[in-house]
Design a protein around this ligand. Structure first.
Ligand code: SF4
Length: 125
């Protein structure tokens, strides 16, 4: 049984009860809707931002090129990128794929928030 979504997660019944006798466990949501998401240029185009199962390298390259072209027009690119880095998201967020995001997170902190000098963000004007 799945209860209706709530602010702090959803309640899910697991095999009738938990080991403590509580019939419900609380699952935290994977992510919570952010205000900036209302202005996302990718709304309704998620097929370009998340890899299908078994995606080949050349298909990924093409998909990510399309996603990037959408991201560079997006008014919330900076917020999206920062959010995805902070929450270790998977998929194409803020004109970065998983590898690029991981690389950015590994950079020393003084280079991590380079939005002002980032060519993608700078190209937005
Ligand atoms: S930057 Fe890209 S992934 Fe992020 S909200 Fe905009 S279009 Fe979507």
């Amino acid at each position: 049984m799945i209860d209706t979504p709530r602010r702090s997660g959803i309640l899910v019944q697991v095999n009738g009860s938990t080991s403590s006798g509580d019939p419900l466990v609380r699952l935290l949501p994977r992510w919570v809707q952010q205000e900036w998401m209302a202005d996302a240029a990718c709304k309704g185009r998620t097929e370009h931002f998340f890899a299908p199962h078994g995606e080949q390298a050349d298909a990924r390259e093409l998909r990510e090129a399309i996603a990037r072209a959408i991201c560079v027009t997006c008014p919330v690119l900076s917020s999206c990128r920062e959010y995805a880095r902070r929450h270790r998201e998977q998929g194409y967020w803020g004109a970065e794929n998983d590898d690029e995001r991981l690389e950015a997170r590994r950079r020393p902190s003084r280079h991590r928030h380079r939005s002002a000098t980032d060519p993608v963000i700078a190209a937005q004007g």
